[in-house]
Structure formats: C-alpha cells, structure tokens
Design a protein around this ligand. Sequence first.
Ligand code: UDP
Length: 241
Amino acid sequence: AKSGSPYRRIVLKISGEGFTRSGERGINMASVVALAEETYRAAQSGVQLAIVLGGGNILRGAQFSAGTTSIQPATAHYMGMLATVINGLAFQDALESLGVETRLVSAVPMEGVAEPHIHRRIQQHLEKGRIVILTGGTGRPFVTTDTAAAQAALEIGADILMKATKVDGVFSDDPAKNPHAILYSQISYRDVLRQNLRVMDPEAITKCAEHRLPIVVFNFRRPGNIERAVRGERVGTLITE
Ligand code: UDP
C-alpha cells in the first residue's frame, strides 16, 4: 500500500446527518455522493478503512420513543439500527460507483442485504483493500453508533477512531448556545468526561480510554476534512490520555 497515512487501519464513524442537507431529514443522494468522494480520496492514501454509519438522519430511537407511549423503547432503537443499514446501502452504491470495492456488514442479521458481522472476516476484507461499511450499530438497543464505532475499532485493532460529525470538534461548551465556547485542538479523555462535553457517547469515550485508543473528532461539512484527518493532518480535536 502507498504510505499516504501514518495509520495502518482506521475506523471512521460518520454521523447520519452527513447523509442529508443541514436541517433536513432522510437521505439526500448528493450529500451521500459528496461523502463517498471524500472517503474515496481518503482511501487512496492506502490506509485500511472501516466506516461505521449513524442513522440519525432517519431516526434516533431515544427521540422517537420519547414522543409516544405506543412504541416500546427497544423497538424504536431497532428502527434506528435499521436506519443505519438504509444509509449503508446508499453509501455502498455511491462508493462503488467511484470504482472502489466495498463490503456492507450489518450487526443486525440481514441475509440478502448485508454480511454478518464477523470480525476476522472484516479484517480480511480490509487487508484486501476493500472499504468495509459497518451498519446495524452494535446490534443491541439503548446505545448509539458511537459505541458501535469504539467497539469496532477495538475489535479489529484500529490505530485510531475518527468521528466525522456536524461540529468542528470538542468545545468547552455547547457552541450553539455559548458564542464564547472555545474549540480544543487536544484534550484528555478524562477532561471530556469530567466536563461532560457531549461530543461523543461517554460510554464510547470510556471504552477508548480503557484501551488508550486515540479519537479525532472533526466536521464533515468542511470539504477535505476526512482526507486531511486520514492523512494524519491536524483537524478538529484529538482526544488522548
Ligand atoms: N442504535 C442502537 N444500538 C446501536 C446503535 C444504534 O439501538 O448499537 C439506534 C439508536 O436508537 C440510535 C439509532 O440507532 O439513536 C441511530 O444511531 P445514532 O443515533 O448513533 O446515529 P447518528 O447520531 O450517528 O447519526
């Protein structure tokens, strides 16, 4: 492989919001294609890339069940997991239309649509240069795809977990509410947790901290960010010890 990245293997989590226009819901194929193009360019660095997809552009279990008493919370979470598979199908075709080989995996068994989540098989795909799209979250309700991404990164021995989201990184406060919030270029796991900075599931951060897996959080809406992050340039916020 070409050595355009300091990493050998990366898990990149892309929030569902990346699949739609700002403020909208559902899937916007132009947004999906734009993300696929960025991902494709990032993969040209020769790095092994596994991508965990969110589903928030379609449905988030906790929000969905909060609005009604006629659905069980667990059911709503399963709906959220399936939303990530819908995103995965769109993302797979967008990537393959660029000429890159991919595999779609779902942690929720879905024969005929996606491969089962078998970590050794996922690693074999990566070694063959395929981009692996991981959907279905963890396959279990009451967690989010941040946790799924942290687990996947540990499971397949990734060097780093990257989270592409709708904000620039980790701020000292909610930047939507506090205009004086400052963006950290680097912060420790402990400070993120202690200050309750909600940029990623605390559960996911704890898992990464336990295993000293570095995390980078950056904005997918800034063109070129995915490629820059993958090539090891400083973007967003680095979370380490
Ligand atoms: N989900 C779940 N278990 C998982 C991952 C996800 O139940 O392991 C559900 C959960 O309801 C979540 C939804 O799927 O809200 C969509 O995922 P997420 O909210 O993480 O998407 P994102 O915010 O990244 O777009």
